[in-house]
Design a protein around this ligand. Structure first.
Ligand code: KG4
Ligand code: ZN
Length: 343
């Protein structure tokens, strides 16, 4: 099927045209990051308004880039949740309107399901696998048995990894969002110069905690008598990154052990992190397991990632009803509930 996919759960407005749940014909992303940067985080009401403005433009551009007319679109996919409810409603209303007007089926997809399956747009990874989702809103380990079949193995008990990156970057005056800047600085720093704690590293579970690392950085910064800059700043970034990456790597490997699985798929914005990629690739090579990272554009929020699950659901004859609502919170384990009944 030729699908038009829409994503508007946070601060990125995105539209994509995907064929057969695998071939990305276009994937247009309009970021609102400049709008929110001055507030140091996403302002929900502003996000909704910006989505409303951007969506028609982004949809037109996605169709144009794909070289297809709206009349050729056979189905729609849209993020139903989790996310900012006002932002989600913009995408959902657009999908419903287009589906109704054109008489085509549509399906509301789980945002994290999109992240977890995005890799399939670039290379086929056989099920089952362990998925590590690391973004600004999530740090979760899931078992993925197939489209619509997910089980939570572990999660952060407080901040998400990306959130910790952003908060540390903010307190160092590096702007928002700060993950990518921290990553660049860390590459030039000495990770052993300043050592931060590794919360829950030695606890026999698959959960994470990042607020402790962030507080340790805050305390360190408050103890300094001069501004942290130059090599000192790079060393601090490297120390923070080493602590975060070590915990993420250890828990991801533990999840593979606990499930007896051989494949790990990493996704979400923090999956762009070079330190994390290096650490997981090295650990995977040593253990003889496989680790997959989508390319950066498919790691961060984008609409194309919804096409994988949507194609499967629509092909199996499932379409969402027009009274379907957005869900601000929605556990991934429940994502396939509507679709797993006999159709
Ligand atoms: O998946 P995403 O685009 O949005 C959601 O949160 O759903 O992820 C954004 C997050 C931000 O916290 C950002 O700072 C972080 O991903 N991020 C990074 C890197 N690139 C983006 N964190 C660490 N290293 C990076 N290279
Ligand atoms: Zn996301």
């Amino acid at each position: 099927m030729l699908l038009l996919c829409l994503e508007s759960s946070c601060d990125e407005t995105s539209a994509a045209v995907v064929r057969g749940g695998r071939e990305v014909l276009s994937n247009v992303i309009a970021s609102q990051v400049d709008v929110h940067a001055r507030y140091g985080g996403v302002v929900p009401e502003l996000a909704s308004r910006k989505h409303l403005e951007a969506l028609p433009v982004v949809v037109a551009e996605a169709l144009e880039k794909a070289g297809v007319d709206i009349g050729a679109i056979e189905g729609l996919a849209v993020t139903r949740g989790p996310g900012l409810v006002g932002a989600l409603l913009v995408g959902l209303a657009a999908a419903k309107a287009l589906a109704f007007a054109r008489g085509i089926p549509w399906v509301g997809v789980h945002h994290i399901e999109g992240h977890a399956l995005a890799i399939q747009l670039e290379r086929e990874v056989a099920y089952p696998f362990v998925s590590l989702i690391v973004s600004g809103g999530h740090t979760h380990l899931y078992r993925v048995d197939g489209v619509g079949r997910y089980r939570t193995l572990g999660r952060t008990l407080d901040d998400a990894a990306g959130e910790a990156y952003d908060k540390v970057a903010k307190l160092l005056g590096l702007g928002y969002p700060g993950g990518a800047v921290m990553d660049r600085l860390a590459a030039e720093g000495d990770p052993a110069a300043i050592v931060f704690p590794r919360p829950l590293l030695h606890q026999d579970n698959l959960d994470f905690s990042f607020s402790g690392i962030k507080t340790a950085v805050l305390n360190y910064v408050n103890r300094q008598k001069t501004t942290i800059e130059g090599q000192h700043l790079k060393d601090l970034a490297a120390g923070f990154q080493r602590a975060a990456v070590e915990v993420l790597t250890a828990k991801a490997l533990r999840a593979l052990d606990a499930t007896g699985m051989q494949r790990l798929v990493v996704a979400g914005g923090v999956a762009c992190n070079r330190g994390l990629r290096q650490s997981l690739q090295q650990a995977a090579a040593e253990r003889g397991v496989e680790v997959y990272f989508p390319s950066p554009l498919l790691c961060t929020d984008n609409a194309a990632m919804l096409g994988v699950a949507a194609q499967d659901y629509l092909q199996r004859g499932y379409a969402s009803p027009l009274d379907l609502n957005a869900l601000a919170s929605w556990p991934l384990d429940r994502a396939g509930d509507d679709f797993s009944r006999d159709l």
